[in-house]
Write a protein that binds this ligand. Sequence first.
Ligand code: SF4
Ligand code: SF4
Length: 281
Amino acid sequence: MTQYNWLEAINVNEDMLIKTKQRLPVIWISALDCTGCKEAFTRSFEPTTLDTILNFISLEYSELLSVASGDRVEAHKESIFEKYSGEYILAIEGSIPGSDEFLMIGGKSVREKIIHAAKRAKAVIAFGSCSAWGGIPAAGKNPTNAVDIRAIIPEEVPVALVPGCPPIPEVIIGTLLHVHFHGKLPELDKKLRPKVYYQTTVHMACHRKPYFDQKLFAESYDDEGARKGYCLFKIGCKGPTAFNACESMGYDRCISAGFSCIGCSERGFWDKGGFYGKRKK
Ligand code: SF4
Ligand code: SF4
């Protein structure tokens, strides 16, 4: 059961809701991604993605979700740079390949496209661990020499990182809505993550923490302790070092399902096992 209230989280009162405000223009560019972050964007419940798009943000461009395609949508994106210069949010999903030939959009490298779009953006928000830290494309031997968003964005452009693989849908929406209602990015921590969502570890809010405190642990995924819902620390749970809001917001899927936290919001999690590798304790 969720205990998340988006109005409280981003400090929005009813007066602010009632006042008509121009929707926040958002341009969403996908680089080396799996579309998982964008799929997460479509799945928010608090508020719903539909409410968000109809009332608060205007998704002007997304290779995956735009109605138009090809030259038309590319031309529309260029028109947004002019019309909403300094007002739109540039959302980035996926890491950026070191060599331009690995990913082109409309005949230009994705790197050029992002740098061009960032110049007149109000702020850049990196959604997902790929754009925030490099993610799976940068893992292992990093065959495309992928880098995170901060490696290519001009220093003067404000940047927020919203890591997770994918991030929690309501965290994606909440970060965008903060900009819509307050005109600026939410307060960020030292790693540029919105404090409201990343200020504590999964462990500190975990519903299994009472078992951790009593030293009651599952020793394997099918033992008696696992069946009783004991703490998963001894089978590799990364909750104690993972800063994310899954448990504090009540949107935990992994630990409730009996699977240990893989720390998907932390830098380098793919090299520490990702989804499929052997759990390292
Ligand atoms: S962060 Fe995860 S969900 Fe998002 S694009 Fe990367 S691999 Fe996909
Ligand atoms: S299951 Fe993981 S996050 Fe939860 S209390 Fe145990 S170690 Fe911490």
